[in-house]
Every structure is written in C-alpha cells, then in structure tokens.
Design a protein around this ligand. Structure first.
Ligand SMILES: NC(=O)c1ccc[n+]([C@@H]2O[C@H](COP(=O)([O-])OP(=O)(O)OC[C@H]3O[C@@H](n4cnc5c(N)ncnc54)[C@H](O)[C@@H]3O)[C@@H](O)[C@H]2O)c1
Length: 322
C-alpha cells in the first residue's frame, strides 16, 4: 500500500493500532472519527510516527454518515478500512435505531463515497456476532448467519452493502468477521467492554469481578496485533470480488480460565461476584480460521498468555505502543 488509506474509527481501540501499523509500513493515513468512543490519546503514537517522517497522518473529526465529511475523507484514497460503528451488542439492544443508523447506514455512506473516490479496496470490520449461537463448533464462514441482535443484523447488512458494490465491479471488498478482540487501548470503563479488559482493569484496581452464570461460557479471544495483521493482509493480497473471512484463533477459552491467567499474571487473587446468567448470552464460540489462512495467508500468532501479559503491562504501565 503506497497510496493513501482511510481508516474510519481510527481513533478507537482496533483502529488506532491499524493506523500505527500502516504508518510503520510507510503508508499515508487519513482518519475519520467522531470520537464518540475513540480517544485523542490513542493517536499519540501515530502522531509521533508521522513526525519521524516517512508517512503522513491526517485526522478528520466527523460522522461516517455525513455525506460531505465522508466524501472529503475518501477523496484520493486507494483503500478504506471501515471500523466506525456502535461496537456493542448490549447498546444495540437499548438503541436499535441509533446502532443501525451508524453501523449499517454509516457503511452505506462509506461504500458509496469509496466508489465515488475510486478507492480500489474496502475492508469492513464485521463480527462473529452474525453467527448468533452457532450449533456447531468451530464456526466456518459457510455457517448460516443467525443474527440475534440489532448489532449483528447491522453487521450482516453491512456485508451485503460491500458485496453489492463488489458484484457491480466497483471495488474489491473484504469483510472480516472479528471474534473477541482484546489488547492495549481497549476501554475497560464501559459496561460493554470486552471481558479481558474488564478483568485486567479490576485486577489493577484491586476491585471484584462479576461473573454471569457458571463462568464456563467460552470465546475465541484474538489479540489486537493479530487482527491488525489480518487487516493489512486484506489490504495487500491480490483479491477480487468479495471475501468474507473469520478472524479468530481457532481456540476457545472460558471465563474462569481467563480469570486464572489474569490472577497468575497480576499476582492478585480476585474477589468474584456471581450473578445469574444474562439472557441472550452466547454459550460457546470458536472460529474456523482455515479460510483466512488460505485466502490471506494469515494465522493468529499470539497466544493468550503473551497477549494478556502485554495487555496487563499496558494497564499497569500506560501505553507502551504495543
Ligand atoms: N472489539 C471487538 O472485540 C470487536 C469484535 C468484532 C467486531 N468489532 C468491530 O471492530 C470495529 C472497531 O471496534 P473497537 O473495538 O475498536 O471499538 P471502538 O469503540 O474502540 O472503535 C470504534 C471507533 O469508531 C468511532 N465511531 C463510532 N461512531 C462513529 C461515527 N458515527 N462516525 C465516525 N466515527 C465513529 C468511535 O469514536 C471509535 O473511535 C467496530 O466496527 C466493531 O464493531 C470489534
């Protein structure tokens, strides 16, 4: 990627790591973000990289649904990584219209402006939530989607928007279905945060953790640097049409196992508050990552102990730029 790449949601958790990686690879980067959940400080490392020369960084504050802002942001871009969304199942249950407007409506606008700008590649952050509570594990991309929330429905609809544009020969689309992403810069402060960041933050603050149900719910936790590597491969690989690909490790870990690793890493025993299981919580999840390996040549490389150690370091020592 020698040209300009737009990262929507680039001030967010995953987005800011993508921006860093693109700058490090020598690509010029433009960010479009409304800073609703994104943070200025997530881009501190990116500004420092840009200041060292080599690649340029521009940040536009604005809403992906805003036609003019999105047109300006897409102008001159070779590729777009579209991460801006309301990234929460729970929030989408509380505000389905708002979630759909940003997540699906924002994708409609982003794809439209990508086509207008002549961008060749569009990478969408989709989600394993589109599968719902899959009956069989591991979950391959051939599994019929069964979205159980407005968030999941909006992600599936977003994939459809990308596929329509790709079918019309307007761009090449890569829809990446991220499993449970964790790592430095994930915000533990919200009720919707990922479980690893909440457990680590509780350990750092010496606070109790809440476990819903028996704690044996399992997820496929994938470290943010691995997700970034999948996104870069999706930008660089020779592809045509639409690709829909899982981004997960192919391993599942339950919440009590996560707690064990967090306690081991932090050297602190955590008080556990037990609550009834949450309605609608998916029981188990694990990606079949075979298609991504085949299509992108990508495989998750960072195991849970190493990823959790790096995230713990960030929680306790501040952003190491990991
Ligand atoms: N974190 C995960 O485990 C996970 C899993 C599956 C999919 N995803 C998807 O990955 C993407 C990034 O998620 P994240 O975890 O980094 O969340 P995040 O909240 O840190 O990032 C989202 C970014 O989008 C920005 N944004 C939100 N609405 C916007 C709007 N209307 N206009 C412009 N910018 C807007 C936010 O300010 C933020 O910077 C999202 O699309 C999310 O649905 C994340």
């Amino acid at each position: 990627m020698d040209g300009l790449t737009l990262v929507t949601g680039g001030a967010g958790f995953i987005g800011s790591h993508v921006v860093d990686a693109l700058l490090m690879s020598g690509s010029d980067v433009r960010v479009l973000d409304d800073f609703s959940t994104g943070k200025e400080e997530n881009l501190d490392g990116a500004w420092a990289l840009a200041a060292q020369g080599g690649a340029g960084l521009q940040v536009i504050e604005g809403d992906v649904r805003d036609e003019v802002r999105m047109r300006d942001a897409a102008d001159g871009c070779e590729a777009i990584v579209h991460l801006a969304a309301v990234p929460s199942v729970a929030q989408s249950m509380e505000d389905p219209v708002g979630c759909d407007s940003v997540t699906h409506g924002g994708t409609v606008n982003a794809v439209r402006q990508a086509v207008e700008a002549g961008a060749e590649r569009f990478v969408l952050a989709s989600s394993c939530a589109v599968y719902g509570d899959a009956a069989e594990l591991p979950i391959a991309e051939t599994t019929s989607p069964r979205p159980l929330s407005p968030y999941a429905g909006a992600k599936l609809a977003s994939e459809g928007v990308c596929a329509d544009a790709a079918d019309a020969g307007q761009l090449t689309a890569v829809c990446l279905r991220f499993f449970n992403v964790y790592g430095p810069r994930q915000d533990p402060g919200s009720a919707y945060s990922g479980v690893i960041s909440r457990f680590l933050s509780a350990a750092a603050a010496g606070e109790p953790v809440t476990i819903y149900g028996d704690g044996r719910q399992s997820r496929d936790f994938v470290y943010v640097a691995d997700v970034v590597a999948a996104i870069l491969a999706a930008l660089q690989r020779a592809l045509t049409g639409t690709s829909v690909l899982n981004v997960g490790t192919g391993r599942q870990t339950d919440l009590l196992q996560i707690l064990d690793v967090v306690e081991e890493r932090s050297g602190r025993k955590l008080e556990r508050r037990l609550e009834p299981a949450r309605e609608g919580d998916i029981r188990d999840s694990r990606a079949d990552a075979g298609r991504s390996r085949w299509v992108l040549g990508w495989e998750a490389e960072i195991g849970l102990p190493a990823g959790l150690a790096a995230t713990w370091e960030w929680f306790t020592a501040g952003d190491s730029g990991a």
